[in-house]
Ligand binder design. Structure first.
Ligand SMILES: [Zn+2]
Length: 497
């Protein structure tokens, strides 16, 4: 605890410009009051309050929750024996650090009120951002596992005597293991959870309680307890106040790509939380970009380039459950459960080869950056008809004897299956297998979206079931410019849903 106090003091005095934590700030709607001997829920009246937040894994077990029935009880007192281990630990830490209030999602948001949840989850990013300190229960898989008690002995420091050849005296040498793969290795399991992503990114300073050490993580540095090991401000660290640093629009775009890539590899208990759990970061970006937010993408001059995301199926495919969630339109990376890459969008020479006619999304609920229930993009561009070979997962020329060009690559968005409907078979997202036993050749449409010096980038589309006449995205197709497959093709307008 002394170590955290030291870090807090140093952060305030040495790197105040970057970390800039106010002693007190605008409080959330509800907070846990830790003053006195008990713990109770209250609605702060003061304009400025010093409070900490908790970042934790809900896990399979459901932590203690605030409901409309328990509200009055919680406002008078929350019995200590009802509180799960992680909450008790967080309260202990906050009290010892002299922080009088704590915000815990499951105790400060009414879990049985849709409107309260939508309103509060929209402000959650702000809560973490304004907190005096974020306490991350990084080593706890769920709220029942204490993060103060369970340290892994393999990471504990060891010391052994070494005789100095210079003065012949014996000195104690202390050794401690360092993580090989950076912070995420140590902050697991919390670092794999979707909600914790923005909690960590938006918090100005987080103290991680890991199975190995206590780690101080602020906007200026990362420090490991007990070691003079210090990493100065992580290169890729996102600073939501970056407008003041004079970053250009391009930096914001690249930053968004990086955030999406990192976020898309995280797991969410509820697939419907994919947009809400990122909404705090999206709201922060919105202030800088002043562009319309479209299900994880931005409607600015780069929307067509941003459509060049592609899925990266994890190697242990069976451990994942990719599903076409149907929550977001197929052109959004939010519609799939696989991690995505923006590698092609980053290529400097990439230029749009189509025209955006219209793009819209429908948001459901009170959070403008939250759930979407559908959306479309209408694009005018060159389209060709090709054949999808279900067995080889390849896009082939439509003529029978044609073979795919050298260097062509198809990146499917999800598992793709052949749907043997009442009429003709067609391919669609989802389904239970990647390759059918009986290879099928089915028509697909390729829409040229962009080109770089060497490559043509196309969206692979299949007619959508609903609405009729629209298309859904199946993946990204990349081919060389040498053999121009779009030469002499007509320009058409299509709507992708
Ligand atoms: Zn700092």
């Amino acid at each position: 605890m002394l170590y955290i106090k030291l870090c807090m003091a140093r952060c305030s005095s040495e790197h105040h410009d970057l970390c800039a934590v106010a002693e007190r700030s605008t409080p959330p709607t509800r907070l846990l009051n830790l003053g006195g001997s008990g713990v109770r829920l209250y609605e702060p009246r003061a304009k400025k309050v010093r409070y900490a937040t908790l970042s934790h894994c809900w896990g399979g077990t459901s932590p203690l929750r605030l409901t409309q029935d328990s509200l009055i009880q919680f406002e008078s007192q929350i019995a200590w024996n009802l509180l799960p281990e992680v909450f008790r630990d967080a309260i202990t830490v906050a009290r010892r650090l002299g922080i009088p209030c704590l915000w815990i999602d499951s105790l400060c948001i009414l879990q049985d009120s849709k409107s309260d949840w939508e309103m509060e989850s929209a402000r959650m990013g702000e809560y973490y951002r304004n907190a005096y300190l974020n306490i991350a229960a990084s080593s706890s898989v769920d709220s029942s596992r204490s993060f103060l008690k369970n340290r892994d002995e393999a990471w504990l420091p060891a010391s052994f005597p070494v005789r100095s050849p210079q003065d012949g005296k014996t000195y104690a040498v202390r050794v401690q293991r360092l993580p090989k793969h950076g912070l995420d290795e140590l902050t697991h399991p919390l670092s794999s959870r979707g909600w914790a992503f923005q909690e960590n990114i938006l918090s100005k300073r987080t103290v991680h309680f890991t199975h190995a050490y206590v780690i101080w993580d602020c906007r200026s540095c990362i420090e490991f307890d007990g070691m003079r090991h210090r990493i100065e401000a992580e290169a890729g660290k996102f600073n939501p106040d970056y407008r003041t640093e004079g970053h250009l629009e391009m930096t914001a775009r690249h930053k968004w790509y990086e955030l999406v890539e990192r976020y898309s590899s995280r797991q969410l208990t509820r697939v419907t939380d994919k947009l809400p759990a990122l909404s705090g970061i999206a709201a922060t970006f919105h202030k800088v970009k002043s562009s319309e937010y479209l299900a994880g993408l931005w409607r600015d001059n780069h929307l067509l380039r941003d459509l060049l995301w592609f899925a990266q199926p994890p190697q242990e495919e069976e451990t994942w459950n990719p599903r076409a969630s149907g929550l977001a339109p197929s052109w959004s990376w939010v519609s799939i459960d696989w991690p995505v890459s923006y590698e092609f969008s980053r290529i400097e020479s990439v230029k749009a080869e189509a025209t955006l006619v219209e793009a819209r999304c429908w948001v459901r609920g009170l959070n403008p950056f939250g759930h979407v229930v559908g959306g479309f993009v209408t694009v005018t561009g060159r389209i060709i008809r090709r054949t999808f070979h279900s067995h080889r997962m390849e896009i082939l020329p439509t003529s029978e004897d044609g073979i795919a060009g050298v260097g062509e690559e198809f990146y499917p968005d999800t598992k793709i299956s052949v749907y043997e409907g009442a009429y003709t078979p067609r391919i669609r997202r989802g389904g239970s297998y990647v390759r059918s036993i009986w290879p099928q050749r089915l028509p697909v449409f390729c829409l040229q979206v962009a080109r770089s010096h060497h490559r043509i980038f196309s969206l692979v589309l299949s007619p959508s079931e609903y609405p009729q006449g629209a298309y859904e995205r199946l993946g990204l197709w990349v081919c060389g410019v040498q053999e121009d497959v779009y030469w002499n093709t007509e320009i058409q307008t299509v709507t992708i849903v």
